[in-house]
Design a protein around this ligand. Structure first.
Ligand SMILES: *[C@@H]1O[C@H](CO)[C@@H](O)[C@H](O)[C@H]1NC(C)=O
Ligand SMILES: *[C@@H]1O[C@H](CO)[C@@H](O)[C@H](O)[C@H]1NC(C)=O
Ligand SMILES: *[C@@H]1O[C@H](CO)[C@@H](O)[C@H](O)[C@H]1NC(C)=O
Ligand SMILES: [Fe+2]
Length: 443
């Protein structure tokens, strides 16, 4: 009895010991995934007339839109700005809005378009005629340009970590493929999100599209949804001939960027479809050799999370993007990183876009840990970690994509790829649709 007990114990200890050794071995070669982190709540600690939640966005050639909120409804929608601190030689007046959602009443939401502005220039600005000075830098007018990309941000300590990594290395424009605040109808969380991102979004243009967490519909009372999103995150849809803030496009340094809406109609008889058709027909690849698309629910996804949710949109719109030789399609929604090769209609195709899921900003729901096995051959790199991406376009033909995983205080480059714009590919610019072929290391 005693003998059996001790031999069992020895066996147990041995197994445990080897198991621990194994775990340690694995840990030294693999990345150990950190646990989820807490929500950050930024409270309102400025005076009622002072601007809060300041953010800027591109608003047509040489113009930027400054958006902010004041509790005081008397504050004017005016932005004063200039190229040196404290010297506001120009000013512009804009519009304001507000909304209510059940018992919540928003502050006064100001949107002021300023310009024309010079490229690659730091402007100092003040909102509402008083208070704190902010500054932003306009994008350059020639290559290179660098975009940072992160979706599904939320407002946790991981969000803060991602944003710090974004800021730690210079860039020109921030792109967000949906799911901003995760307020999910709790409107004050939109405000705390606005305060959390202000230090970043007031210094570089933030261009966003909507995710499912922006919908916030309520039966009968708010059937159309997007009340907070549309009021707070006004994007240049009018400037791009769109009828809805839920999809639009803009040009910046040789790049045409299209923001699509996964949560508004996309069938062939929809406004979005017709707008996209016209928008793509107007693209001049001599002026914008790169075409990049962002949307929320991925068309290609080998994670178990949100399987198939982008499928009907893919079926409706993929051919249009393919024929237009779109270079890259970014999606969010799945809280992980995944990069596909160039794809068309589920097959590798040298003339299709590279598909990248980058829903890894750091929200409270945590990571989508489980990928389907085996990995489909078109999926090149996949990893459930928080992080952000950078698309650096060097010239008309060459660009570089990198994915930066959050690793505590550092951001580690875990995936990297050189891209050649499809506008420079003779193969893909022949009239006939090219035949399908193998994957390349350089895409
Ligand atoms: C206001 O809040 C910000 C962010 O939470 C903090 O950094 C700052 O110190 C606060 N200011 C005051 C006056 O409390
Ligand atoms: C474009 O940039 C790439 C990467 O820096 C470089 O190798 C290539 O020579 C450049 N092409 C032209 C035409 O300048
Ligand atoms: C990640 O961060 C940890 C803690 O700061 C550090 O020990 C480790 O070396 C980092 N990993 C990489 C790949 O840099
Ligand atoms: Fe989502």
């Amino acid at each position: 009895m005693e003998m059996r007990f001790s031999s069992n114990l020895v066996f147990y200890l041995l197994v445990t010991f080897f198991h621990l050794q194994l775990i340690q071995l694995r840990a030294s070669t693999e990345y150990t995934r950190p646990s989820p982190r807490q929500l950050i709540s930024r409270t309102h600690n400025r005076s009622d007339s002072e601007p809060q939640q300041v953010h800027v966005s591109l608003a047509g050639k040489d113009y930027m839109r400054v958006s902010w909120i004041t509790s005081d409804k008397k504050v004017k929608s005016i932005v004063e700005y200039g190229k040196s601190p404290g010297k506001y030689v120009s000013s512009a007046t804009g519009e304001s809005t507000s909304y209510h959602y059940f018992f919540y009443n928003s502050g006064k939401i100001h949107h002021v378009k300023i310009g024309p502005l010079d490229p690659s220039t730091t402007y100092y600005y003040r909102c509402g005629g008083a208070g704190t000075e902010f500054s932003f830098r306009t994008p350059p007018s020639t290559f290179p340009i660098e975009f940072t990309v992160a979706g599904d941000l939320g407002q946790t300590e991981w969000t803060a970590s991602t944003l710090d990594h974004v800021r730690a290395k210079d860039y020109d424009v921030f792109l967000l493929p949906g799911d901003l605040s995760y307020a999910d109808t709790q409107q004050p969380l939109w405000d705390s999100f606005g305060r959390l991102v202000e230090p970043y979004a007031s210094t570089r243009p933030w261009m966003v599209t909507e995710g499912n967490h922006e919908i916030e519909t309520f039966p009968i009372i708010y059937p159309h949804g997007f009340r907070a999103y549309n009021a707070r995150w006004l994007m240049p849809y009018k400037e791009s001939g769109s009828k809805s803030n839920l999809y639009y496009s803009f040009d910046v340094v040789g790049t045409h960027i299209i923001m699509l809406g996964s949560y508004t109609d996309f069938d062939s008889d929809s406004d979005q479809y017709k707008w996209l058709q016209a928008d793509l027909a107007n693209v001049d690849r001599k002026k914008t050799p790169w075409v990049v698309v962002l949307l929320h629910a991925p068309w290609y996804n080998s994670n178990q999370a949100h399987q198939g949710e982008g499928e009907s949109m893919r079926q409706a719109m993929e051919e249009m993007l393919y024929k237009a030789r779109v270079d890259v399609v970014f999606a969010g929604h799945v809280h992980a990183y995944e990069r596909f090769t160039r794809v068309y209609d589920n097959n590798a195709d040298p003339c299709g876009p590279v598909y990248i899921t980058i829903g890894d900003g750091g929200n409270r729901e945590g990571l989508a840990m489980n990928f389907e096995n085996p990995s489909p051959s078109i999926s090149i790199y996949r990893e459930p970690s928080f992080g952000h991406g950078r698309l650096r376009l060097y010239n008309n033909t060459h660009g570089q994509w990198s994915w930066h995983r959050n690793n505590e205080t550092d951001a580690i480059i875990a995936d990297e790829l050189w891209l050649e714009s499809l506008s420079s590919s003779t193969l893909c610019n022949q009239a006939a649709i090219s035949s399908k072929s193998h994957n390349n290391d350089e895409l």
